[in-house]
Design a protein around this ligand. Structure first.
Ligand SMILES: Nc1nc2c(ncn2[C@@H]2O[C@H](COP(=O)(O)OP(=O)(O)O)[C@@H](O)[C@H]2O)c(=O)[nH]1
Ligand SMILES: [Mg+2]
Length: 225
C-alpha cells in the first residue's frame, strides 16, 4: 500500500529543505507478481526502490541509488515513514552490526538514533510518523501502522480487509481458510472465528480475536491480494 503510507507533506518539506529523496517501497516479498508490476508501472520515472529487507530483493540497486545521490564525503541517510514499514530492518542491513531495534509491534523506535553504516554511510533511524490528517483507524490498521491488538475497533478494519479481498482476490480466503468468500464481511468474520475455534463462554464467537488474527495473517503475508 505504498500510496497510502506515503507522507507527502514530509516529502515536500524535505525537498524544500534541499534534501535528496528516494521513495522506498519495502516488504516486496509480501505482494504478488501482479502487485509488483503495478507498483513498477505507477512509480516508473521516479526515484524509487522496491525492496525487501527480508528477501534482500532490490537492495544492491537501492544502495547504488543512495550513493549516486551523494555529494562528497560522509553520507547521512535518514529513514522516514509510517510505523512498521521496516525502516529499522533496512537500517540493520545497511549497518555494520545490526544495531537498530526492530519489532512486530508498531511504535518501538522512540527517539532518533544515529547508526554507523557500511562504507561512508551514517544512518538515522526515526520513529514512524503519520500525518495528523491521516490518523484514521481503518487505514492505520490495514497498513499495520497500528498493531491489530492495539486497535480500538479491529472488527471494522477486518470488515474493510475482507471487502478488499472479496473485490480483488476472493479465492485467497477460500484457499487459505476454506471459507466461501460470497458471504457478507460480518458473516465471513464469524465463520473465520468459528473455523479457528475462537469461542467465548456460552459458545459465542470472539469476533475481536478473530479480527485481530485475520489482520495479523494479512500483515504477515499469509493472505495476499
Ligand atoms: N515480510 C517482511 N517483513 C518485514 C520486512 N521489513 C520489515 N519487516 C517486518 O516488519 C516489522 C516492522 O519492522 P521494523 O523494521 O521494526 O519497522 P519500523 O517501525 O519501520 O522501524 C517487523 O516485524 C519486521 O520483521 C520485509 O521486507 N518483509
Ligand atoms: Mg523502527
Amino acid at each position: 500500500m505504498p500510496d497510502i503510507t506515503r507522507n507527502r507533506r514530509l516529502e515536500q518539506y524535505a525537498a524544500n529543505s534541499g534534501k535528496r529523496l528516494i521513495l522506498v517501497v519495502n516488504k516486496a516479498d509480501l505482494i504478488s507478481e501482479n502487485a509488483i508490476r503495478s507498483i513498477e508501472k505507477s512509480y516508473s520515472g521516479q526515484d524509487y526502490a522496491l525492496v525487501s529487507s527480508k528477501s534482500h530483493k532490490g537492495l544492491s540497486r537501492f544502495i547504488g541509488m543512495i550513493k549516486s545521490k551523494a555529494k562528497k564525503g560522509r553520507l547521512k541517510v535518514a529513514f522516514i515513514g509510517y510505523p512498521n514499514t521496516g525502516k529499522s530492518s533496512l537500517i540493520n542491513i545497511l549497518s555494520k552490526g545490526g544495531r537498530a531495534r526492530t519489532s512486530l509491534e508498531s511504535g518501538l523506535t522512540r527517539g532518533i538514533q544515529l547508526i554507523t553504516g557500511k562504507g561512508d554511510l551514517m544512518l538515522i533511524d526515526t520513529p514512524g510518523v503519520v500525518p495528523y490528517e491521516d490518523r484514521e483507524e481503518v487505514m492505520l490498521g490495514l497498513t499495520s501502522a497500528v498493531s491489530p491488538d492495539k486497535l480500538k475497533d479491529p472488527e471494522s478494519v477486518a470488515y474493510e480487509l475482507i471487502g478488499i479481498f472479496k473485490k480483488n482476490n476472493p479465492a485467497a480466503l477460500e484457499k487459505e481458510y476454506g471459507i466461501d468468500a460470497g458471504m457478507e464481511p460480518e458473516e465471513l468474520l464469524l465463520e473465520f472465528g468459528k473455523k479457528k475455534c475462537m469461542l467465548m463462554k456460552g459458545g459465542v464467537i470472539d469476533e475481536r480475536r478473530a479480527a485481530i488474527q485475520l489482520l495479523t495473517d494479512w500483515h504477515n503475508g499469509r493472505i495476499r491480494v
